[in-house]
Structure formats: structure tokens, C-alpha cells
Design a protein around this ligand. Structure first.
Ligand SMILES: Nc1ncnc2c1ncn2[C@@H]1O[C@H](COP(=O)(O)OP(=O)(O)OP(=O)(O)O)[C@@H](O)[C@H]1O
Length: 313
């Protein structure tokens, strides 16, 4: 299918009212159908991802979880069209808004990335140029994809910095190193969402952050997703961390999905022993008592306004 067709479909998108009930009536934004990815070792190709199928609808979050090395990031990279040369998609389809994007030339995949399929990674610093002010970087990204003047792009960038809970003008005029990790991840989220993508791939967006900052970033991600109704592929090694934020959970092990289902069902009736093991793997944040001035329940702490590390000094 052509890129033009993808853009036509993009324009015909119907915004949802936020009701999860509406989700099922809309065609999937992303569908992976029996995806197979191989790695080259010497002269041989070995299977890394085997017959992986999943789908995410508009307004839905699917969490792809599993232990380190299970193939989550490779799957996300395949959707983004960013697989390294040593890895190769050897079968299956990646349907984006109904069309298989695997056969598209790199130039078209690049156009999709950032505009219609965006991403945030664990390494938020890697996403920014260290010696350029953040505002200039956001404006450049916007103008790369939209025919807008500098002034128009600046207004959008300022709006989105504010949207992620940061003081717009100050952050706009800051270098990345002048912000904390949590603040930089907020700006990375603004950058990922400001072009209103149909699909956001969030690959371990909280792993490099402390637990409470990570919780706030995930809450922010959910809030932005509800505003924009994009589909989210949330990649995490921590099942319990994503349970309450995802509609669907897909559990990966050794390159295969071993269990997939509604988050509530996975939580209460996980059938695969590996899923059950992940559920027992570590306590949820709500079960951790944070020691501070007296014991403070972590769930309460996350509801407090941005504080400490995240407050813009
Ligand atoms: N460029 C590469 N060349 C060869 N093998 C790779 C490459 N990238 C990843 N792999 C292999 O693919 C498998 C899946 O890696 P992947 O990064 O997707 O795991 P993951 O589930 O995302 O793990 P983590 O949670 O640690 O990021 C691993 O065995 C890894 O060694």
C-alpha cells in the first residue's frame, strides 16, 4: 500500500469520546500478524521472534511484558522500522491503519516515524542533542513534519511543554542537561505526542527513573493518551507496573507471546505459569511503604503534586 493511502486514512480518523466501549468498534491501528524476526549468526539465521500476533485499537494500551531478552524491544523496533542490519523480518505482516508497512521504502517509513508512529525510550537523553536548546529541537521536529512557520511551531512546542506539566518558557529556553531525568522524560513525551501520532511506542519509559518519578511519567502517558486517543504499545519488563494502565497484556517469553488477554483477566486469572510467576515477581508500588518523615504510603505519594526531583528549580 502507498504512503498516500496511509495519510488519507489518518485524516478520516474519528476522535473517540474516551469511552473504552467504543474501542472495539474501530479497526486496529496496529496489527502484527505472525511476525517472524531472525538474527544472523555467522552464516546462519536464527529465530528471535516467532509468529508474534497482536493488535491495538485507537485509544487502547497494550503492554508487552516479559523478562530481559524476551524480544520486546526488537518487536517495537520492527514496528518503527529501526531494526539493525543483523536482524531481519522473515515473515508476517505489520499492518498500520490497515496497510502492511513492511514493504514500504525507508523514505516512507521515515515519514511515518515521528508523525504517525512516535516513540519514547528508556534513554531519554539519547533523544536530545545536548548542545541545542530544547525549544529549538521541538520546533525543528515539528517543522520537519508539518509546513508551519517558526512562530506557529513555537506555539505548539510551548503548548505541549505546558501540557506535560512543565513551565513552558523556561524549559523551551533550557538545554537538556539543565533538566532532571524526570523532566527530560516529560519533554520526550511532549515531543512524541505533539504531532498527534496514531501510535505511540513507549519502550521502558520509566526504567531509568526512580520509582515515584516513573509512576508519574506513566500517569502522564495515560493522561496524554486519553486526550489524544492514540494507540499505545507499552513495553515493560515489569508486569505489575503496567497492569492498571493497560487494556491488554501480552506476555512474551523467548520471542513468543505465551499469554495475551484483558488486563483484568490476566491479573485475576492468569493461566500460563510464566505469567503467574511474573505476577508474583515483585511487590506493586502500592505495597511499598516509602520511609520519609514517618511512613507514607507510596500510592498517596504519587498523587501529590510534582515535587522534589521533578520540580523545576
Ligand atoms: N542487534 C542485535 N543483534 C543480535 N541480537 C540482538 C540484537 N538486538 C537484540 N538481539 C537479541 O534479541 C533478543 C531480544 O532482545 P530485546 O532487546 O528485544 O529484548 P527485551 O525483551 O527488550 O529485553 P530488555 O527488557 O532487556 O530490553 C535478545 O536475545 C538479544 O540478545
Amino acid at each position: 500500500m502507498s504512503h498516500v493511502l496511509l495519510e488519507e486514512k489518518e485524516e478520516k480518523r474519528v476522535p473517540l469520546s474516551g469511552s473504552k466501549a467504543l474501542i472495539s468498534s474501530i479497526e486496529p491501528i496496529l496489527q502484527l500478524q505472525q511476525l517472524n524476526i531472525y538474527v544472523q549468526q555467522g552464516k546462519e539465521w536464527h529465530t528471535l521472534i516467532h509468529d508474534l500476533s497482536l493488535s491495538i485499537r485507537r485509544g487502547e494500551t497494550l503492554a508487552l511484558v516479559g523478562e530481559s531478552g524476551s524480544g520486546k524491544s526488537v518487536t517495537g523496533s520492527a514496528v518503527l522500522g529501526l531494526l539493525p542490519n543483523s536482524l531481519h523480518v522473515g515473515g508476517g505482516q505489520i499492518l498500520f491503519q490497515g496497510g502492511d508497512i513492511l514493504p514500504l521504502p525507508e523514505q516512507m517509513r521515515r515519514k511515518l516515524r515521528g508523525k504517525q508512529i512516535s516513540c519514547v525510550f528508556q534513554d531519554y537523553q539519547g533523544g536530545f542533542t545536548p548542545f541545542l536548546k530544547l525549544g529549538a529541537q521541538l520546533v525543528e521536529t515539528i517543522r520537519c513534519h508539518e509546513k508551519l512557520s517558526n512562530q506557529e511551531a513555537t506555539l505548539i512546542a510551548l503548548k505541549w511543554i505546558e501540557q506535560v506539566g512543565l513551565p513552558a518558557e523556561r524549559v523551551f529556553n533550557s538545554y537538556p542537561f539543565q533538566l532532571s531525568g524526570g523532566q527530560q522524560q516529560r519533554v520526550a513525551l511532549a515531543a512524541a505526542m505533539m504531532l498527534k501520532p496514531a501510535l505511540l511506542i513507549a519502550d521502558e519509559p520509566t526504567t531509568a527513573l526512580d520509582v515515584l518519578t516513573g509512576e508519574r511519567i506513566l500517569d502522564l502517558l495515560v493522561m496524554l493518551q486519553q486526550q489524544t486517543h492514540c494507540a499505545v504499545l507499552l513495553i515493560s519488563h515489569d508486569l505489575r507496573h503496567v497492569l492498571k494502565r493497560a487494556n491488554t497484556i501480552a506476555v512474551m517469553r523467548h520471542g513468543e507471546i505465551v499469554e495475551i488477554g484483558a488486563a483484568e483477566k490476566i491479573k485475576s486469572q492468569a493461566s500460563h505459569p510464566y505469567t503467574q510467576m511474573l505476577l508474583k515477581a515483585r511487590p506493586s508500588l502500592s505495597e511499598i511503604n516509602v520511609k520519609g518523615n514517618g511512613d507514607v504510603a507510596a500510592t498517596q505519594t504519587t498523587q501529590l503534586a510534582m515535587s522534589g526531583e521533578e520540580r523545576f528549580a
